[in-house]
Design a protein around this ligand. Structure first.
Ligand SMILES: [Zn+2]
Length: 298
C-alpha cells in the first residue's frame, strides 16, 4: 500500500467513519499481499463475517486482523484505535494519557494502556534497525537525585545509554536509548551489540567501562571528557531534547515506564524527516507488532 501523506481531521473522519472502513485499512496494512495464516502460512481462508474472523482453509486456525498485534484482545472500537494512532502521530510533543482520555472520552486507565501499546509498537519497529557508520555513545541520568547521594556514574538516578549515528557531514541520523541497571562494561557491551553494527566507529568519552567492550567489535575513538571541547555535540543536544520531552508532556515519571517514553522519543526523532507520513507509518508499526499485556506493565 502506498504511503499516505499528511491527513487532517476531516479526512480521518471521512476515511475512517465506520468500523468497516477502519478494518479494511488495517487488513491492507497487515496483509498487503493477501491473507496469510499465522500458524501454517496458507493463503486460503474462509471469512466468518459475523465475527470478523478469518479461518484458514488448511489448518482451520481462526484469527482476526488485530490478533497477535498490540491490539490483541482489545475491546475498543477500531475507530478509537485509528483516532488514537492519528492523534499520537500528529502531535510532535507526544500525547499524555490524560489528554487522550479527554479527546476520545475514554477512562484514564484505558487511554494509558492504549498509549503504552502504541509505544510498544514504536519500540518493536525501531528494534529492527541497528546504527552504523560513525556513532556517538554516552550515558545520561533521569529523575531526581537523592539528597547527599553520589553524582556522576555512581548516582542513584536512572541510568540511560544513548547511541546516535551520524552521516558523513556529521549530522545526526538515528538514535537509540536504553534504561540500564548499571554502567558496567558488560552492560555497555550488551547495549552496543544490539544497537550498533560491528565495525562501526564509536565515539565516546574515556570512561573506563567503555573501553573493553567497545574495543572488541568497533573502532573505538575516545577522548578524555573536557567540558569546553564540545564533545559528543549532537548527542548532548538530543539528550537535552529528550529530557524536555519527558518533562513537558509526562511531567516527569518513575523509572518503571521511562523506557517506553524514550522509545517514543526515539521513534519520533528517527522519523523527523517523514513527519507527514507518520500516521500511516505508525499504523503499519501497530499492525506489524506483537502483543503487550496489561500485566506486563504493572
Ligand atoms: Zn493455517
Amino acid at each position: 500500500m502506498a504511503k499516505q501523506k499528511r491527513i487532517g481531521f476531516l479526512e480521518v473522519q471521512e476515511q475512517f467513519g465506520s468500523e468497516e472502513a477502519c478494518r479494511k485499512y488495517l487488513v491492507e496494512l497487515r496483509w498487503p499481499n493477501g491473507f496469510i495464516c499465522p500458524r501454517c502460512g496458507c493463503r486460503k481462508y474462509y471469512q466468518i463475517s459475523t465475527r470478523n474472523k478469518y479461518q484458514c482453509k488448511n489448518c482451520r486456525y481462526q484469527t482476526s486482523v488485530t490478533a497477535g498485534t498490540v491490539m490483541d484482545r482489545s475491546h475498543l472500537d477500531l475507530r478509537i484505535w485509528i483516532w488514537a494512532i492519528y492523534l499520537v502521530a500528529r502531535d510532535k510533543r507526544g500525547y499524555s494519557a490524560k489528554q487522550l482520555s479527554v479527546e476520545l472520552n475514554l477512562p484514564y486507565n484505558t487511554a494509558w494502556f492504549l498509549l503504552h501499546r502504541i509505544r510498544k509498537a514504536m519500540a518493536q519497529r525501531d528494534d529492527n534497525y541497528v546504527l552504523s557508520g560513525i556513532v556517538e555513545l554516552d550515558d545520561t541520568y533521569f529523575g531526581k537525585a537523592k539528597k547527599g547521594g553520589k553524582r556522576g556514574h555512581g548516582t542513584a538516578k536512572t541510568k540511560v545509554l544513548v547511541a546516535l549515528s551520524k552521516d558523513e557531514d556529521d549530522n545526526p541520523q538515528f538514535v537509540k536509548m536504553q534504561v540500564v541497571p548499571n554502567l558496567k562494561g558488560k552492560t555497555i557491551g550488551k547495549f552496543a551489540n544490539r544497537s550498533i553494527t560491528e565495525g562501526a566507529i564509536v565515539q565516546s568519552d574515556a570512561y573506563r567501562s567503555y573501553r573493553k567492550p567497545l574495543a572488541e567489535k568497533y573502532l573505538h575513538d575516545y577522548q578524555v571528557f573536557d567540558a569546553d571541547a564540545d564533545m559528543l555535540h549532537w548527542l548532548h543536544i538530543i539528550i537535552g531534547n529528550t529530557k524536555a520531552f519527558v518533562l513537558g508532556t509526562f511531567h516527569g515519571l518513575g523509572e518503571k515506564h521511562l523506557q517506553s517514553y524514550l522509545d517514543e522519543f526515539c521513534y519520533r526523532f528517527n522519523r523527523r524527516f517523514v513527519h507527514g507520513e507518520i500516521f500511516s507509518r505508525l499504523a503499519c508499526a501497530v499492525m506489524a507488532s506483537s502483543p503487550l499485556r496489561f500485566a506486563d506493565l504493572t
